[in-house]
Design a protein around this ligand. Structure first.
Ligand SMILES: Cc1cc2nc3c(=O)[nH]c(=O)nc-3n(C[C@H](O)[C@H](O)[C@H](O)COP(=O)(O)OP(=O)(O)OC[C@H]3O[C@@H](n4cnc5c(N)ncnc54)[C@H](O)[C@@H]3O)c2cc1C
Length: 452
């Protein structure tokens, strides 16, 4: 089919790029999808299929009423997501999770796109900035973006590099921290540019608790590196805590767990060691554990970190990890509609924007596709409300997160604006989910793509 509307180019036929192409075509805007595989492989992809799942086959919880990623599934279904349609068609038994037959899933995405008259697939690497006559481009090249393109974007954005050996520290929900134990204080009560001298939450450990914790780090089960990761060295500035612990019994006490400049108000004394948490989002609902990047297995992290006084009931929005990853410092570099401020003809989608996970990547692809389609059609763009899962994720990426500590993030209820303060646990999640779905329907209702 020929169209008088100029095509939008999408670089990368993964989860995000495939969803963006579908949203564009569904809005009658032609899309040209550029995928470098099979001519140029990545370190993790095994096939030349679009929307390949590089590791697990799970889209995680499908519970729209109690779980933030389940809620995101539901919003995507309501917004005509191809990724969710293919996942639902190829689902496998997996309890409350949505797991898929990976080959059936990818084949379904690819055949739907190839069958659409407004989608063209071009195989080949885009090895630098796209040509100038591509006036609307979606970059959805993922965590394994080819180096030539990553370097071009890094130069354009003023970043030294976009390929990081990613150091991720765990993030805790504020309302799960025991504030009768943890107290707020900055080291030496220093105020700093945005602080008031009480910016950190501090969890005190006595000598015995510290020694038991260090022993737990040394014996805890670690995730093995993938073969292609072993050649990437650690940066000394972001060593995993278990590697630091192995350097000597006091290394952590002189490093991220140092107690100097801090006084526990319950004892009036400086503790033997301290675990500090720093605010991670503008809402103040999420706090990261400072310097706690780790390769411990997730179950082990939960168990061990809950032995820290004050964190005994901690709920984790994200657990720690280290892996190679390419992503933008989106809060600094992108505008509210995911356009690169330094070159607005480039929009970004998927994991490269600093979301984490198959579903989140596809959801950001969905939004980017809709924003690019609205722009092409001369319609006003219309952001999803912050109270929805899509709006919460978008808000986090484009400004809610602290740019200085920005790391990829799964969707979670900590990203949502607070609701009635008396609600707790399950009731709170259900109220947030109900509000999200109501607001999402209102957002979609007037016109699929645009409002006034
Ligand atoms: C090793 C690894 C394991 C992961 N495991 C999981 C997991 O189990 N569960 C989970 O939820 N998430 C996982 N993730 C995180 C993330 O959800 C996935 O990487 C997800 O596929 C990201 O979607 P995306 O569309 O942004 O990128 P991708 O799905 O990777 O798609 C990007 C596409 O762009 C292509 N491309 C790259 N550069 C160029 C170029 N210059 N020109 C043309 N094409 C290009 C690539 O070939 C690829 O097809 C994992 C990530 C990695 C790296």
């Amino acid at each position: 089919m020929t169209s008088s509307i100029k095509a939008v180019h999408i670089i990368g036929g993964g989860l995000a790029g495939s969803e963006a192409a579908w949203q564009l075509a569904s809005a009658s805007v032609p899309a040209v999808l550029h995928e470098m595989r099979p001519m140029r492989p990545t370190e993790a992809h095994q096939t030349d299929s679009l929307a390949e799942l590089v590791c697990s086959n799970s889209f995680r919880s499908d519970d729209a009423h109690n779980n933030a990623v389940g809620l995101l599934h539901e919003e995507m279904r309501r917004a005509n997501s191809l990724i969710m349609r293919a996942a639902d068609t190829h689902k496998l038994p997996a309890g409350g999770a949505l797991a898929v037959d990976r080959h059936g899933f990818s084949a379904a995405v690819q055949s739907a796109l190839l069958a659409h008259p407004l989608v063209t697939l071009e195989r080949g690497e885009i090895a630098g900035l796209p040509p100038e006559d591509w006036d609307s481009v979606i970059v959805a090249t993922g965590p394994l973006t080819s180096p030539a393109l990553a370097e071009a974007i890094a130069r354009l954005s003023g970043e030294a590099s976009l390929a990081f050996f990613d150091a991720i520290a765990p993030i805790v929900h504020y309302d799960s921290i025991d504030l009768s134990v943890a107290w707020k204080q900055s080291r030496y009560d220093k105020g700093g540019p945005a602080g008031d001298g009480a910016d950190y939450l501090n969890c005190p450990l006595n000598k015995e608790e510290y020694e038991t914790f260090v022993a737990g780090l040394l014996t805890g089960e670690k995730t093995e590196f993938k073969e292609w990761e072993t050649s990437t060295p650690y940066f000394d500035g972001c060593l995993p805590i278990e590697v630091m612990a192995a350097r000597g019994p006091d290394t952590l006490r002189w490093g991220p767990m140092k107690p100097v400049g801090l006084r526990d108000p319950r004892t009036g004394r400086r503790p033997w060691a301290v675990v500090q948490l720093r605010q991670d989002n503008a809402l103040g609902t999420l706090w990261n554990i400072v310097g706690f990047q780790t390769k411990l297995k997730h179950g082990e992290q939960r168990r061990l970190f809950r032995t820290i006084p004050g964190l005994q009931g901690a709920e984790f929005a994200r657990l720690g990890g280290l892996h190679r990853n390419t992503f933008l410092n989106s809060p600094r570099l992108l505008d509210g509609q995911l356009r690169l401020k330094a070159m607005p003809r480039l929009r970004f989608a998927g994991q490269i924007t600093g979301c984490e996970g198959y579903v989140e990547s596809a959801a950001v692809g969905l939004l980017t596709g809709r924003f690019a389609a609205a722009e092409r059609l001369g319609l006003a763009s219309h952001l999803p409300p912050a109270t929805t899962a899509m709006g919460a994720l978008l808000g986090h990426i484009t400004g809610g997160a602290d740019a200085t500590t920005f790391q990829p993030m799964n969707v979670n209820f900590g990203l949502f604006p607070p609701i009635d303060g008396n609600l707790r646990g399950k009731e709170r999640k259900q109220a947030l989910a109900a509000r999200a779905l109501r607001d999402f329907d209102t957002w979609l209702a007037p016109r699929p793509l645009a409002a006034e």
